[in-house]
Design a binder for this molecule. Structure first.
Ligand SMILES: Cc1cc2nc3c(=O)[nH]c(=O)nc-3n(C[C@H](O)[C@H](O)[C@H](O)COP(=O)(O)OP(=O)(O)OC[C@H]3O[C@@H](n4cnc5c(N)ncnc54)[C@H](O)[C@@H]3O)c2cc1C
Length: 283
């Protein structure tokens, strides 16, 4: 482990193992972990954050790769978007630096990894003091049901190997890479004859349209090349969109007000993404 002081009063510690990083955070409770720095440095540059010490995670090789274990893939939190093949996550410099762990810890609604992990029902392996490890569903962290305790780090993300197509589509509102206006992750789970879908960017955390998932899973002919009639594909898109962006609440006279045009547009976008995602997964 090495320590630098690039600016007066700011120490940067560069541990080479996860446990060293946790120990460094325990020794300096005011220190902030930094991985690729794409979110953190934006906060520093805008004056929102003034950390007196940083614990850099970039030299921890154990979290920069992945391995297979008990029917799951164990993804290191230090994997970059580029190494995960996430071609739509920002411009190349962001994809080369930004990490999976940073994406999760930032928990921005536009985080591209988040709907994917929600659809996969992924869990986090959290490293704590004294070599402790605990596991929690990603959705618990994103919903605020469980938090990272002081000095803890996201070490790995455990995702099931489903041996079936997994699709992520996002709409950005502009050409080229950009932050999502809406996104849809969809995975097939042939062993359970299930479809799992999560909609990102339109709410503070990814939304799971559970009724739509169960409804459409029953319409797929799992024994016949996973086929579905086109009308069901279309209806699935509408079902997902209406579940995530419901109609306005009826007024006292019972009439239902029209949704504003921008919301209707977003609903149509989500419907199109969900329909296409399921179509591609089944094709
Ligand atoms: C121009 C631009 C475009 C972008 N476009 C996209 C996009 O299209 N899609 C997208 O998803 N994101 C996008 N981002 C956001 C960003 O790149 C991602 O959120 C990235 O994955 C963050 O990872 P990082 O390693 O850079 O995190 P950092 O900036 O290093 O850290 C972010 C936060 O996570 C914490 N942290 C980091 N690693 C850990 C860990 N292992 N355990 C606990 N806490 C940790 C840090 O303390 C900090 O609070 C964009 C950012 C920019 C600046």
């Amino acid at each position: 482990m090495t320590t630098h002081a690039p600016q007066a009063g700011q120490a940067v510690t560069l541990p080479t193992t996860l446990d060293e990083a946790v120990a460094a955070l325990a020794a300096m409770p005011a220190a902030v972990p930094v991985a690729g720095g794409t979110d953190l440095m934006a906060a520093v540059n805008s004056g929102q954050l003034r950390p007196t010490a940083l614990v850099g995670l970039g030299r921890i090789s154990e979290i920069r790769g992945w391995q297979y274990q008990d029917g799951h893939a164990l993804l290191g939190a230090g994997l970059t978007h580029a190494r995960m093949g996430a071609r739509a996550a920002g411009p190349p410099q962001i994809r080369n630096a930004g990490t999976l762990g940073g994406n999760i810890a930032s928990a921005a609604p536009t985080g591209d990894a988040l709907p994917v992990l929600a659809a996969l029902e992924a869990t986090l392996i959290i490293a704590g003091p004294g070599g402790a490890r605990r596991e929690m569903p990603v959705s618990h962290l994103l919903a605020g049901m469980e938090m990272l305790r002081g000095g803890e780090l996201i070490g790995y993300v455990r995702v099931p190997l489903l041996h079936a197509p997994q699709i992520f589509l996002k709409a950005t509102g502009r050409t080229g890479p950009g932050r999502a206006v809406a996104s849809v992750a969809l995975v097939l789970d042939p062993a359970r004859r299930g479809v799992r879908c999560a909609v990102g960017a339109i709410a503070p955390m990814p939304l799971r349209p559970l009724d739509a998932e169960q409804w459409v899973a029953r319409l797929i002919d799992w024994d016949n090349n996973r086929t579905i009639v086109p009308e069901a594909l279309h209806a699935f898109g509408e079902y997902v969109a209406a579940a995530c962006i419901p109609d306005a609440v009826p007024g006292v006279d019972g009439s239902v007000p029209e949704l504003p045009p921008a919301v209707l547009h977003l609903r149509r976008t989500v419907a199109a993404l969900a329909r296409r995602a399921l179509g591609r997964a089944l094709s």
